[in-house]
Design a protein around this ligand. Sequence first.
Ligand code: NAD
Length: 507
Amino acid sequence: MTAQANTQTAVPTVKLLIGGQLVESASREWREVINPATQEVLARVPFATVEEMHAAVASAKEAFKTWRKTPIGARARIFLKYQQLIRENMKELAAILTAEQGKTLADAEGDVFRGLEVVEHAAAIGNLQLGELANNVAGGVDTYTLLQPLGVCAGITPFNFPAMIPLWMFPMAIATGNTFVLKPSEQDPMVTMRLAELALEAGVPAGVLNVIHGGAEAVNLICDHPDIKAVSFVGSTKVGTHVYNRASFNGKRVQCMMGAKNHAIILPDAHKEQTLNNLAGAAFGAAGQRCMALSVAILVGEAQNWLPELVDKAKSLKVSAGVEPGTDVGPLVSCAALDRVSSLIERGVGEGAQLVLDGRQPQVAGYAKGNFVGPTIFSGVTPQMSIYQEEIFGPVLCVLHAATLDEAIELINANPNGNGTALFTRSGAAARHFQEEIDVGQVGINVPIPVPVPMFSFTGSRASKLGDLGPYGKQVVQFYTQTKTVTERWFDESEVGGPVNTTINLK
Ligand code: NAD
């Protein structure tokens, strides 16, 4: 992605957040933030200079000195206030998000809401960051744990959930006593910045949260900077693998949530109407730009007769701009994404899959320039085809057939990805067999997109994740803290020789 020279001045600029101040970048490299339904230029985002990025890390390092000592109740109360501010500004946040990302207003509110749930969770940090104590592990000796913050942590986020995913990261990192440098997606940074402003309003002190913008250079600086102790990444497998290797090599703690190819198995005993509705929503909603989108359906046995009705459901979805009432499928995020998805559909046809529903070049009244692809369905897909092997990240569903549940499970387990999967059935025995045998980290039973709520963690597996600990939940408290064990003994002065009048100076 090439940044552009800063030649225009009419559109607003996206600011950096450094040391509690919204700062205009001095960069000479800028990129346009574009409404994907209209191609209107909404803003220009800078690729921060190296000096600006170093200033953001330095401000986080300085703020850590006091923030780490801020009482846990004071930290929690900021997030109580923050969740209130996000609720009060929900409509505005959703409108910004829809304008820059494309998803429907309802999906945009969902995006903010799923992040808000993590903010609510961060407000419970008093209970989450408790240590453990074992009494009398030897005569008169106790052992207990402290969960201490690491220092400056950083987050790198993708375009597809520009509210939820930043909110997976900085609230829990800050609530546990760390300071943070966030690098949002350069494609849609505006809602993330509004959330950062609200965090300041809620009372996050200067320097505790910083935001830089940019691309590969910013990401590499985060991976290399000696003052950054941990990196959270969400995005594609290619970039996530690079971030994991580079930041781990530099001694950092790293967690990377990455790409996917999520399969649903449909058994012939499933509730037909609910299953088809769920499949259509999970495959084509948000234009398929969800890491948990169901992009492969395996119809088992007689369920393959449901294909025509699935096609009818898909055809009934409304393709239009996210701001239009009743829209089910909005535009893809960029012209580049449109080209990529269109060319993958072309490849699917070339490789011999049957294109039973072609969503290319839909007529969308009033939005002739939008990056639209309507629901698209391929049947007769085989695991050798590139439409099966690649994450399409568009509203494209690949349909395969299997004779038995075990054959379908085998297919899924042979796919490298492990983000999510779902089974549709009325059989408890089949569901239990599936949950035991399937090698995927997030499993839905009659639930198409099984993303856990924040008291659990996001638990994608295999090629969809690098690092042991996931975002939010108990796992992220471990990720953002160093467990220290203290083993202590106090001598009874009357037994060991009486009091000693010595003054200890701590400083
Ligand atoms: P991306 O990997 O292109 O971008 C993610 C981040 O990396 C962005 O901030 C971007 O600026 C940066 N980046 C891009 N190219 C880079 C490079 N060459 N070197 C260094 N940094 C670079 O991902 P995206 O297109 O924004 O998001 C879509 C991807 O994210 C999909 O693969 C999707 O499955 C994945 N995703 C995964 C999860 C999950 O939880 N597993 C959630 C959401 C999205």
